[in-house]
Structures are given as structure tokens and as C-alpha cells.
Write a protein that binds this ligand. Structure first.
Ligand code: G4P
Length: 539
């Protein structure tokens, strides 16, 4: 397999450095092993010295913050860390994505900042709900996907059956690069489709926190040691080769096929091969499409970057607000003054950091594909474009259709000021959307969420960060549609169709809220001339 991108551009230039970069995320259903795999990848790349350092498992060093207490209590990951590490002369940027379904909106935004995704599948469970949703977003955004079938060290499903499921459900051709010798739960090693007749025996290193021990075996040795299991693996690989399941780089980049790897993140088996695949197969950053059909800015051109995430109070020691910026073109240099496309105002980048778990170090330079944390970036919003020189602007980030709505009020009326500040902040960060209706007024904003857990985060953060405990009163709406002022007025006037028009605080867009799809249909019949536009569905 050859590297998909040219590294001919001079090192040190934006294009040369971009060619060395691979910016990717792991997408999976909760519990498939994403945290474990992230640690294993970083461990292989020597970014950390022992597993557990990234996510703070086992009370080792980790990301901490106020609302992460809640995340720890629930055993889920709701915030994102960005890991950068060197591997085989390349720079890998791994953007961690929140796993819980309720945080899908956050995850979708992270996917706007990557060039490739690793789809992690639990060998026993196959495709799961969140995998499906995230895969849809990758397809929608044209992000190529590498598949890793995890937990092969314990009983699971048949390998061919798992491939069949991917092909059937995703209309995506699986092209196995490695193939397990031994069924799930009896993993002997991996056969490599690129080198028929060889086997890699993989053994867990003592303690399980080090890279697995790998030993290349000839076919004769594999046959002698593993007999039937080795023969089955080679037969299956031959069968697959006969059906045209060989990796094809152009098909992969076009989203028509996915190279498949097998392994066990927990014991680091197959992880090195996956990391090699990220280097060899994943695309390097490319010039990015601009809003309104403007020509993409060349990688070697002036600086431009996209804010894909804004997060406040990442940990107690740093009470601040970080905007995560993906560099899209040119060279980012700390201290440079950039322009925020939305306002045309200058923004100083004096406080630029790389964020690695809880550690921060100043970033002096960053290249296309890199992620920079801009500290105290109160003026920045998710979806913002920053640039130098000629104006650049990337297409707006999609917002996802909220399905849960609740009126929010301060528990203590004396805390109204803190309440307003907190709600505005959470809206800007995109933790929830904040809506206001004519009927209820600004004193009783309505929170709109993709999943109900977003409300828990609001409750928790309002109380602990903004000292303004809140009361939430759920509203019986489940569907939101975009409409215009006339459509909103029609909805508010209508007695036959239950619903309510709300204005999104941030951009003045009018949303029509309905209790069910059935109500949407009856509104459309009653007011055929009022436009109702669906928002992007989160599933
Ligand atoms: P997530 O971030 O996708 O939610 O998953 P996470 O890595 O936390 O893994 C979920 C569970 O699956 C963990 O077990 C983890 O140890 C286990 N796991 C991950 N990869 C593998 C693997 O390759 N093989 C096996 N056998 N297990 C794996 P847990 O008991 O829930 O948590 P823990 O106490 O081990 O941390």
C-alpha cells in the first residue's frame, strides 16, 4: 500500500507539514472501547507511557473539570480531548468524540474538523445505534472510514457475518486488510491480506499496558501451530479476494469501501496495524470548501481555521473558555492577529494552547490539520471562521433537530443576573439551544436539546459554575421545523394545530415546535403556503 498523499511539498511549509498530518476521530457506540483504543493508539505512538493516562482511568492522570464529576459518576465521556502525537514521521491529531447518544451534536461538530474516521465495532454486538448515526454523518460529510472490529479476545460474532452486516446496512464494501486467525474469544493472531501466507502472532505484553508482542510466522509454522484455525482464516481470505474485497484507495476515499482491521484494544492487539493504516491510508488535510462556492484556499495560502467546539471551565485550575480551532490553510503562529469572519473584527491569538488531556502547553505554530485551543475566546462561536488576509468563510455548521424542550427558570429569583449570564454562555457553547417565544417572553427561555442528558449538564453547570440553580419544566413538543415569520404567526394563531413558534436567540431563525409529526402534517394541510423546513435529523 502506498501513501495516498504526496509528501513532495517542502517540510516546514504549510503544504509540506499538511502532507505529514493525519487528523481523525474514533466513532463508536458507548462501551465499544473507544477510550481504551484511544489510549492504546497514543501508547503505540509513545505519546503516553502507560495506558490510562488519557482518560484518567484507574485514578491516574486525566482530564478533570467540574461537570466531568457527573461524567465520571455516569461512566461516560461527555467532553473532548485532542491528542497530538508523532508516529512514523507523521503527526497524528486524534480528536476524541463524546460517546453518549445525547451528546451527538457535539460529536457531529468534531467530525467537521477531521479528515478520516475510525469506526470501532464491538465484535459481539456489531453495528449499534450510535455507530449508525455517526456513520451517517461521515457519509454526509464525505469522511472516509476505516473499520476496527474490537474485542476479538472474547466471544463474539462470526467475522464474515460482521462484514456482511456492514455491507448490507451501510452499502459500504468492507475490504479486510487483516483477518483474525481463530474465532472471537480464541484469537491466535492476524493474517494479512496484503501478504498472503504469513501470519502475525500477537501476544499480550505482561501487564497489558504495553504494545503487544508481534511475531511474524511463515505459513508452515502457522499451519503446524494452529492447523484448522489457520486454514479457515486463509480460506476465508481467499474467498474474500475472489469477491473483489481487496482494498482500493480511490474507493475508500470516495466512501464506497472501508478497510477493515481486527483486534483487541484492551490487549493492544492489532492496534499498531490500525495506526499504520491511519498513516498509510487516511487522507492528509486538503484545501477546504468555502461558503458560497468560493474557491478553496490553497494549503500554502494565507491562514484560515474553523472553530468546531467551544468549551468553558475545562478544569478547576483554569477557569476559562477554550475555542478549539482546526487550522485549514496556511501557518498559524501564536500572537498573530486574525479576523473573525462573522463580525469582521480582529482577534488576538496570544493565548493559544495545545490541549492534551489536562495538560496545556503554548502552541507557537500550527499547520493545516492541527487543532489549537484558544483560551479566553469569549468572542468566538462554534462554526466561526478565522483568517488572515483575504476573507475566508467556511459553510455554516449544521445544527441538529432538537427533540426535547423545557422552560428554564432560576430557582432563586435573586440570582437572575447569574442565570442570564449562564444561559447565554451555555447557548454560545452549544451545550443547548436557547429559544424565546413571543408568548413566554425572554424571562422564560426555552431550552432545546437533541437528547435529555443535555438538560442534566445545564442543571449541573448552572448550579456549580454560575451559582444559579435552575428549575426545568418540560414541554410536550418533540418536532422542530424551520419556518418564516408568517408561518410562525400562523402557528401561534392556529387553534386546531397545537404548536408554538419560537425564535432561536442566536441567529433569529424561527422554529415551529409541534408535539408530534402528525401535528406537523396537519399544520401543513391547514397552512399549505407556510414553509416548514426540516432541520438535520440527529438520527
Ligand atoms: P467507550 O469509551 O467506547 O465507552 O468504551 P471503553 O473504552 O470505556 O470500554 C468499555 C469496556 O470494554 C471496558 O470494560 C473496557 O475495558 C472493555 N474493552 C475495551 N476494549 C476491549 C477489548 O479489546 N477486549 C475486551 N475484552 N474488553 C475491552 P469495563 O469493564 O466496562 O471497564 P474497565 O473497568 O475495564 O475500565
Amino acid at each position: 500500500m502506498t501513501a495516498p498523499t504526496s509528501t513532495a511539498a517542502a517540510p516546514g511549509t504549510a503544504a509540506g507539514e499538511a502532507a505529514r498530518r493525519r487528523t481523525f476521530a474514533v466513532i463508536s457506540h458507548p462501551d465499544a472501547g473507544k477510550s481504551t483504543l484511544t489510549e492504546a493508539l497514543a501508547l503505540h505512538a509513545r505519546a503516553i507511557t502507560s495506558a490510562g493516562a488519557v482518560h484518567g482511568k484507574g485514578d491516574r492522570r486525566g482530564v478533570t473539570s467540574d461537570w466531568m464529576e457527573m461524567e465520571r459518576a455516569r461512566g461516560i465521556s461527555v467532553t473532548s480531548a485532542v491528542l497530538q502525537f508523532d508516529y512514523r514521521g507523521r503527526v497524528l491529531n486524534l480528536l476524541d468524540t463524546p460517546g453518549h447518544a445525547d451528546f451527538s451534536e457535539d460529536t457531529y461538530r468534531v467530525l467537521a474538523a477531521v479528515d478520516c474516521a475510525v469506526m470501532l465495532i464491538d465484535a459481539a454486538k456489531g453495528l449499534e445505534e450510535q455507530t449508525r448515526k455517526l456513520f451517517d454523518v461521515c457519509r454526509h460529510r464525505g469522511i472516509p472510514v476505516i473499520t476496527f472490529i474490537n474485542k476479538w479476545d472474547r466471544p463474539g460474532r462470526d467475522a464474515l457475518e460482521l462484514l456482511d452486516e456492514i455491507e448490507r446496512e451501510f452499502r459500504l464494501r468492507p475490504t479486510p486488510v487483516t483477518w483474525p486467525v481463530g474465532i472471537a474469544g480464541h484469537m491466535r493472531g492476524l493474517a494479512d491480506a496484503r501478504e498472503p501466507g504469513t501470519m502475525l502472532r500477537c501476544t499480550r505484553a505482561p501487564g497489558g499496558e504495553k504494545a503487544a508482542i508481534e511475531e511474524a510466522l511463515t505459513a508452515a509454522v502457522a499451519e503446524a501451530e494452529f492447523g484448522e484455525e489457520w486454514r479457515t482464516a486463509t480460506e476465508e481470505l481467499e474467498l474474500l479476494a475472489g469477491t473483489g474485497a481487496a482494498h482500493d484507495q480511490a474507493d475508500f476515499l470516495a466512501g464506497r469501501s472501508t478497510p477493515v482491521f481486527f483486534g483487541a484494544a484492551l490487549t493492544n492487539i492489532g492496534v499498531r496495524l490500525l495506526l499504520d493504516a491511519v498513516v498509510d491510508l487516511a487522507p492528509a488535510p486538503a484545501p477546504r470548501e468555502q461558503a458560497g462556492g468560493a474557491a478553496p484556499r490553497p494549503l500554502d495560502g494565507e491562514f484560515s481555521g474553523l472553530v468546531f467546539k467551544v468549551q468553558a471551565n475545562m478544569d478547576r485550575a483554569h477557569r476559562d473558555r477554550i475555542a478549539f480551532l482546526r487550522v485549514c490553510s496556511g501557518v498559524f503562529e501564536r500572537g498573530m492577529t486574525v479576523t473573525r469572519a462573522a463580525s469582521g473584527r480582529p482577534f488576538s491569538t496570544k493565548y493559544a494552547h495545545s490541549v492534551f488531556g489536562q495538560d496545556r502547553t503554548s502552541v507557537e505554530r500550527a499547520y493545516p490539520g492541527d487543532v489549537v485551543g484558544l483560551v479566553n475566546a469569549t468572542a468566538l462561536r462554534v462554526g466561526d471562521t478565522l483568517y488572515t488576509g483575504r476573507k475566508a468563510e467556511f459553510p455554516p455548521m449544521p445544527t441538529f433537530a432538537p427533540e426535547h424542550f423545557a422552560i428554564v427558570r432560576p430557582a432563586d429569583i435573586a440570582k437572575s443576573k447569574q442565570f442570564r449570564r449562564g444561559i447565554a454562555q451555555l447557548d454560545e457553547e452549544g451545550v443547548v439551544q436557547v429559544l424565546v417565544s413571543d408568548a413566554r417572553g425572554e424571562q422564560a427561555p426555552v431550552l432545546a436539546a437533541v437528547g435529555p442528558m443535555q438538560f442534566d449538564v445545564v442543571r449541573h453547570r448552572m448550579e456549580h459554575e454560575f451559582s444559579a440553580a435552575v428549575k426545568l419544566e418540560p414541554l410536550a413538543y418533540t418536532c422542530a421545523r424551520r419556518t418564516d415569520a408568517e408561518g410562525g404567526a400562523a402557528l401561534n394563531r392556529s387553534r386546531l394545530v397545537h404548536g408554538e413558534a419560537m425564535t432561536r436567540v442566536k441567529d433569529g431563525e424561527i422554529l415551529a415546535l409541534f408535539p408530534s409529526r402528525w401535528h406537523v402534517g396537519s399544520f401543513e394541510r391547514e397552512f399549505p403556503r407556510s414553509p416548514l423546513e426540516p432541520l438535520i435529523a440527529a438520527h
